[in-house]
Design a binder for this molecule. Structure first.
Ligand code: GDP
Length: 304
């Protein structure tokens, strides 16, 4: 995970440390390599440019060139700027009174949305909550079934309505809203304090998908909307983050598959482009592989 980036950073710092005193030009040269490393990790160009410039300015401001061994301070500065770039942190989930708190999960098919619904439900149970899962991807019976299985595995109830599932045609207008609304009503009746809506996902963003999600969003006004993104899909994740964020009032991002060989840049870019905090990262297929996002930990991982 993030190994390529870490290796590159280490090379840069090794070169700087090996030099003894360094000049401003040495710093700029090193930052050119950092820039390449970040671009190769799929971080967007503008972010990379701003980031490296911020590091150079800080290095000049802190008079790195006057130090005998400048490498350590450079690592520290890059660490601080990475934390700045990935923060601020807000991993809180905001609960409402009276319950239930409604959390809408959105994302492209394959991003890990349904799995993350299960993970989030498990996480909430560990915090003393009583979630209800709602299967609202009505065009994909497999997604409904998957959520049912996850619920059974976790011992968490799942609201489904097979009569509204429409695998071969258009999902009837309003069907997703009505399923979600029924789930919320059931939560009220059965004392479940959080409802997690597993909404429609498609391989690509299209008008029908966005129309359906906007409808759920505007009619039900979920208290929080989390966007699930596949960290491995690099720039695609960034583009879909931008599109979803323009259409929905996204509150936070969840980046999945951080256990895989991800280049990691999607996290930095998606956060910057949407301006929304990363709430969680998914670190495996198992249902406990969900971590609250900590920029400090991630910056440390990147720097090795
Ligand atoms: P959805 O179509 O967005 O609902 O995606 P799914 O929840 O079905 O997940 C797609 C695939 O990604 C499944 O094989 C999941 O097991 C896998 N997956 C989800 N999250 C993670 C993760 O954090 N790490 C890894 N390695 N796999 C994940």
């Amino acid at each position: 995970m993030l190994d390529a980036l870490t290796d590159k950073f280490n090379n840069v710092f090794r070169t700087l440390s090996g030099r003894g005193r360094i000049s401003e030009e040495n710093i700029r040269e090193a930052m050119r390599e950092v820039r390449t490393a970040l671009l190769e990790a799929d971080v967007s160009f503008k972010i990379v440019k701003d980031f490296t410039e911020a590091v150079v300015q800080k290095a000049i401001g802190r008079e790195v060139i006057k130090l005998l061994r400048p490498g350590e301070l450079m690592v520290q500065i890059v660490y601080e700027e990475l934390v700045n770039l990935m923060g601020p942190v807000d991993t809180r989930i905001y609960y409402v009174q009276p319950p239930p708190t409604v959390i809408m999960m959105a994302g492209l098919q394959g991003a890990g949305k349904t799995t993350t619904c299960g993970k989030l439900a498990k996480y909430l149970v560990a915090k003393g909550h009583h979630p209800l899962l709602c299967a609202a991807d009505l065009q994909r019976p497999a997604a409904v079934e998957q959520l049912r299985t996850l619920g059974a595995q976790l011992g968490i109830p799942v609201y489904t309505d097979d009569s509204k599932v429409a695998p071969h045609g258009e999902v009837a207008k309003g069907a997703a809203v009505s399923v979600c609304r029924a789930a919320i009503a059931q939560a009220k009746q059965t004392g479940r304090d959080v409802v997690i809506l597993d909404t429609a996902g498609r391989l690509h963003i299209d008008d029908a998908l966005m129309g359906e999600l906007r409808e759920v969003n505007t009619q039900l006004k979920p208290h929080q909307v989390f966007l699930v993104l596949d960290a491995m899909s690099g720039q695609d994740a960034v583009n879909s983050a931008k599109a979803f964020n323009e259409q929905l009032e996204v509150d936070g991002l969840i980046l999945t598959k951080f256990d895989s060989d991800t280049r990691g840049g999607a996290l930095l870019s998606a956060k910057m482009i949407t301006g929304k905090p990363v709430k969680f990262i998914g670190t495996g297929e198992k249902l406990d592989a969900l971590e609250e996002f900590r920029p400090e930990g991630m910056a440390q991982r990147i720097l090795g």
